[in-house]
Design a protein around this ligand. Sequence first.
Ligand code: NAD
Ligand code: ZN
Length: 367
Amino acid sequence: GRSYDVTIEAGCVLDGFARNADAYLRSYRPATAGAPRAVPFVADTNSHALFRDAVEESLDSAGLEARWFVVAPGEGAKSWAVLEQVTDWLLGLGISRSDHVFALGGGVVGDLTGFACAIAKRGCGFVQLPTTLLAQVDSSVGGKTAINTSAGKNLIGAFHQPSAVLIDPLVLDTLPDREMRAGHAEVLKYGLLGDAEFFAWLEANGSRVLAREADPLAYAIATSIAAKARIVAEDERETSGTRALLNLGHTFGHALEAETGFGDRLLHGEAVALGMVLAARYSEHRGELSASDAERVTRAVDRAGLPSELAALNLDCDGDKLCAHMHHDKKMEGSTLPFVLLRAIGGAYLARDVDLADLAAFLDRQM
Ligand code: NAD
Ligand code: ZN
């Protein structure tokens, strides 16, 4: 596919946005004298309240004006109804294919805006301005866009790459600690799936990342994005199996999210963290990962303040029920369930021979 720029720089959104986004703002400068066309932003009420002033000030000094579409926070915004409102709004603004729409918010805003831009005028440009750690290290890069329907999460969507991603680590200062930890789970994932050195670095420096220390945070974001970009470039549309490695911890995690109702009880990143521990322990059970490496995974997750014990969730279900949730996952391939397991820290692989009865019995022993 197409390549695009990812900028990771403190202040790139909060300070001097118009300068940093200049290439994507040009179509809003009128060719002839007159009132400037407004620049469309999609945000949720939180990102709008927090960052609107900084963005507008910068646009103003560049002679530009913002127009906002603000959604309620949460997964509810990834719906047909809101998608229709956003696309109608964009068409009403007279958006053309060479224009760019700016997505300022977490993964919800990014997924919704990206999908709206994939279908408005058969595809207009968009720029990701991710404001959660999860969005900065994961959802803003890779080009997957989607909404949720009654059949499940992210089942309707499109591959549509952003023109650019501007990552400002300073916006994370206001992110609640729990959301920060949830994003950190995806950071740990990149180390665990393919980069033992990064995983070891996180074991030593993870607490500094969580405390939002500038240098460790920027390094963790950059290393995560580079890992994701490398994998996505190899397998943009998830056909060869390489991109599936990004699902480490996610098949277990999805089952836990489904069982706990995709809500506040277990955030996505928390479910993925526990899912990675289960993937490590199941790999150990299959004789593929050493007990000491499985223990390292558990400890790293635990020390990041993320859930590492299935028993502690007190789920009112058994291994069979969790496996049934996995069956409903969109990653099901016929009657086999591809599973990302570990041969080593930094050595994930796609197993296609997982016996669901054995897996259910394993999960029962963890509960
Ligand atoms: P989110 O967008 O719901 O944001 C989490 C919360 O943080 C929200 O309440 C939001 O308003 C608030 N928030 C955002 N930025 C803030 C800030 N700087 N300070 C304070 N509060 C802030 O959730 P998320 O975790 O960013 O994203 C989850 C979504 O991402 C899911 O819908 C998931 O399906 C999607 N996702 C997509 C991909 C992909 O490849 N497209 C990958 C992973 C996840
Ligand atoms: Zn995830």
